[in-house]
Every structure is written in C-alpha cells, then in structure tokens.
Design a protein around this ligand. Structure first.
Ligand code: SF4
Length: 338
C-alpha cells in the first residue's frame, strides 16, 4: 500500500482530474460563454493534446505517488474520439481503484455501452434545469432537457450503477427549478448534487449575490421532502450529503463558497495540453507535456510532481474573500475541467 505524498497542509494526493479536450458541444455561460467562444473558436490543435499513451503514462506516475481515483473531464470529454480506449488503459494501471467521467450527457446514447465495457466505474452528468427555456439560456444551445435525460437513461441501460447528476445553482437563473429536479430524481437511485455557483476562471462575471447558499438549497428542498444530514463517505468528499427521510434516496450540496472544503482537498488537475494545476482557482500550472515528450525518465517526472505537491498550500475558497480581487488570470473552467 503506497502512502500518499502530503502537501504543506497534510493533504494526501488522492484524486487526479484529467481534462481530455478543451472542446465542447455546449456554451454554458458560467464556463464557456458563446459570445467569447463562437462556433469557429480556435481550440487546441490535435497535436497539442496529450495522447492517450501520455495520459496513461502520467496517471501511472501519479498512482506511484498515491493517486487512486481518476476523473475524466473536458470541455466535453465524449468529444474526444476513442475515449473507451483510454478508459481501458487507465483501469489497467495498478493503484487506480476508481475511474469516473463527468459529461453533459448528450453523447451518452452513442458511447455509454462502450465506456462500460471498457471498465469505466461511474458517470456524473451535468443538468442545470428541467425547464427547456432556462436550459437553453444557461447552455447557450438549443438543447432540450429530454436529450440529457436520454443520456442518463442510456448510462443506466449500459449497466452503470453509480450515476450522479450535477446542477450548478445560480440565483435568478435556475434556482427556481431545484425542487423540480429533486422531485424528478427522488427514488430513482440517481444522486443529485447541487453546486454553489463559483467564480471559476475569468469569463462568468461572477457575483456573490448570485450564489444560493447550500443551507438555503437544503431548506428549500427540505420544505417539500424532509431531509437528514449524512456522514461523508470518505475524507475529502466534496458534497455534503442529505438523505430523504422517507427513504427516497439522497441529495448532495457542494458548498465551495459558503462552506469551503479546502482543508481536505486532495485533487490534482491535468489539462488536455499537459499543464498540472494544484487548485481549481489557480492562475499558473506546471508543464509536464515537454517532459512526457522530451525523453524525460518517469522517475525524474515523478520527483517533479512530488515536489509540486509537497510545496502545495492552495486554499483559495477559504481565502476567497481576501484574495479574490487580487487573483488575476485564473485558469478557465473549460480548460481545467472543473
Ligand atoms: S479552492 Fe482549491 S484548494 Fe480549495 S477545495 Fe477548491 S481546488 Fe481545493
């Protein structure tokens, strides 16, 4: 059993989030607003993206340092061709016990079975509203909630037992629909996760007043369906869990703004072009692509990553109030993959 490397706040390296592409088939206003990222926006060229072999090599190095959980993200990861091949490579790495994917669900009807067959363990689908008009406004695309629900159904039909739905809640935009979402997913075995609206990147013109605090989300839903707080499944779990007292399942709230959880944050992030970030709100990353392509030995790269994590002291969400205005040029959400 590897003892994970610890950072300056004694947080073990445990999770690796891998963005496999910066492209997306949606234009969510809080991540990749359409007015900034038009259809013909010049995303990273193919040769700039880490190959599956490079991602697998890096993941094996991270596993040697203590990483056991990997999440594939984007942009929209299902836009990366042959993703099931990468899944097969990652689940075969010793030490990688949990492999998950975050997707907007639109392409799941085409790929869910292949991902399942390749060994993917869990799927999280982003769905911000069941109201077609609200979803169109938030996603910047003429999509219908039914298309995403079809994706969720395809994941269930493919045999995924653990399916979660993530909803970013923005006051005055989609908060009027959180009880409808709770009502829709109650009793389905699909865990709904409500995410406090965050100041990720530099594009979403974030306002504190548009944050609906986790406490308020729980109160609103609890007024219809009584809830009871649950203990976390493990240290570092980001969601605060609440079960329906009538046994119809559970919800979670990810309260990065009002109840920051930096103290147990064990996440390392790898972008699709080989930059390593130690915090979602960081401005600069460490390049590992040139190492992976430049003939660098694994042991040398591993020591560089160990040194990066060992000197890590990020806790942006805890410091937000006093650092937010000073923090310039934060990495964009679609680039770091959330
Ligand atoms: S703000 Fe940074 S350190 Fe804090 S939980 Fe998020 S990613 Fe981790």
């Amino acid at each position: 059993m590897i003892s994970p490397v610890l950072d300056t706040l004694n947080r073990p390296i445990h999770d690796l989030r891998v963005s496999v592409t910066d492209r997306c088939n949606l234009r969510c206003a809080y991540c990749m607003p359409a007015e900034v990222y038009p259809e013909d926006f010049a995303f990273q060229p193919k040769e700039a993206l880490l190959s599956f072999e490079e991602i697998a090599r890096f993941t094996a190095i991270a596993a040697d340092l203590g990483v056991s959980k990997v999440r594939l993200t984007g942009g929209e990861p299902l836009l990366r061709r042959g993703l099931d091949r990468l899944v097969g490579m990652l689940v075969a790495i010793p030490g990688i016990e949990d492999l998950a994917l975050t997707t907007n669900g639109l392409l799941l009807p085409r790929f869910a079975q292949a991902l399942k067959d390749a060994g993917l363990h869990r799927i999280t689908v982003s769905l911000d509203s069941l109201d077609p008009e609200v979803l169109r406004r938030m996603s910047g695309r003429a999509i219908d909630p039914g298309e995403i629900l079809e994706g969720i159904a395809a994941a269930a039909a493919a045999g995924f037992k653990t399916i979660k739905v993530n909803t970013v809640v923005q006051r005055g935009v989609n908060d009027g629909g959180i009880v409808d979402l709770a009502r829709y997913f109650r009793g389905t075995g699909i865990a709904l996760r409500f995410i406090e609206y965050m100041d990720v990147g530099t594009m979403n013109h974030w306002k504190r007043g548009e944050v609906v605090p986790a406490r308020e989300i729980v109160e609103r839903i609890g007024a219809h369906f009584p809830l009871e707080a649950q203990a976390p499944n493990y240290r570092g779990e980001v969601a605060n869990r609440f079960r329906y007292m009538d046994g119809q399942g559970e919800i979670g709230v990810i309260a990065s703004v009002t109840q920051p959880f930096c103290g147990a944050c064990s996440r390392l992030r790898l972008t699709c072009d080989g930059q390593l970030f130690t915090c979602l709100f960081a401005s600069t990353g460490m390049d590992v692509r040139s190492d992976l392509r430049g003939g660098e030995e694994d042991v040398a790269l591993r020591e560089r990553v160990r040194a990066l994590w060992t000197r890590r002291s990020d806790r942006y969400s805890e410091e937000r109030a006093c650092v937010q205005s000073a923090r310039r040029g934060k990495v964009e959400m679609y680039h770091i993959g959330g």
